[in-house]
Design a protein around this ligand. Structure first.
Ligand SMILES: [Ca+2]
Ligand SMILES: [Ca+2]
Ligand SMILES: [Ca+2]
Ligand SMILES: [Ca+2]
Length: 315
């Protein structure tokens, strides 16, 4: 996950008044962009607002196939998308207000004059550069980088990522890494920010037939030769697909953790996998050759989308 620490980044806009005087405005925005509009709207509006004094930076641009792609990247190459400010449907504004601008801001074409005290619009010609990337996460409690995600390939994808169970879903997107129908998050990987995964639960470590493979990567947790997915999770409620036995199991231990319980119940069905994708869009305004706003390349900020759920079947 990216982390931006632009706590007090000072940006300067040099502006000219109607009489030609130039003055400077300090812009102390947090550069965490928000979005109005969606793929079905007429316009997107990316914006940043602040109080004391109340100001906004807004970037309006039309919704079309090209701009929808800004919010739905298909790779992590970070290839830039460019739009040109045209003074018409693609506009960049700096506004000041006499109150909190938050309620006004999502009116794509606000009525000036009510609470907007100044409205400066970049003239045609400036360019906007968007760089879009995304992060997938199965939210199983283990950071993707520790699930063998590996490096991006030349296509901007993690095509060489580890896939422990060979189900076609790489571990970093797989909620059930060993395909035993028990979610990784329920197999106690015990990830620690400092220690990593050294304390991951391993049921069969000291059992006959056991191993050094942690449960979340071990398809046979008790080392008895019967796959966990074909044993019973008993009344632990740990897997809705692996409940075969109405008894409490021998020794009050669920069969999948009891090496002495070796009855096999064939389960061919697997849990449906769901992961989340979060999109990041870095926005920079290029080209200083504008009359009203004299800006060098201005890093406007980053829009961080919601973690959108994606469902996929294993192969
Ligand atoms: Ca995983
Ligand atoms: Ca599992
Ligand atoms: Ca094990
Ligand atoms: Ca077993």
């Amino acid at each position: 996950m990216r982390h931006y620490t632009y706590i007090l980044l000072l940006l300067l806009l040099t502006m000219s008044c109607d009489d030609g005087d130039v003055f400077e405005v300090e812009l102390l925005f947090d550069q965490e962009l928000e979005l109005c509009g969606d793929d079905e709207s007429e316009f997107y509006l990316l914006y940043d607002t602040k109080l004391d004094p109340s100001e906004s930076l807004t970037l309006k641009f039309p919704v079309n196939t090209a701009t929808r792609a800004i919010f739905a990247p298909t790779d992590n190459l970070g290839e830039p998308t460019m739009l040109t400010i045209n003074g018409n449907n693609t506009a960049f504004n700096y506004r000041t207000y006499d109150g909190d601008p938050e309620d006004l801001i999502c009116q794509i074409i606000p009525e000036p004059g009510t609470t907007i005290t100044n409205d400066y619009e970049a003239q045609a010609g400036a360019e906007v550069l968007f760089v879009s990337t995304f992060e997938d996460d199965d939210n199983d409690g283990i950071p993707s980088i520790l699930e063998g995600r590996g490096e991006l390939d030349e296509n901007g994808l993690y095509s060489n990522a580890q896939d422990t169970d060979g189900d076609g879903i790489p571990d970093y997107r797989d909620q059930d890494d060993d395909n035993d129908n028990i979610l990784t998050s329920a197999e106690n990987p015990n990830y620690d920010e400092i220690l990593g995964l050294v304390n991951a639960q391993n049921t069969d470590l000291e059992l006959p037939g056991g191993d050094t493979i942690p449960d979340y990567l071990d398809a046979d947790d008790d080392g008895d030769g019967v796959l966990t997915r074909n044993e019973d999770t008993d009344d632990e409620g740990i897997s809705p697909l692996n409940d075969f036995d109405t008894s409490n199991g021998a020794n009050n231990i669920p069969r999948y953790r009891d090496p002495n319980a070796t009855d096999e119940y064939i389960q061919l069905e697997s849990l449906v996998n769901q992961y989340t994708r979060r999109v990041f869009v870095d926005v920079t305004i290029l080209q200083a050759n504008i009359d009203i706003l004299s800006i060098e390349p201005l890093y406007l900020g980053t829009y961080i989308g919601d973690a959108e759920p994606i469902t996929e079947e294993d192969e």
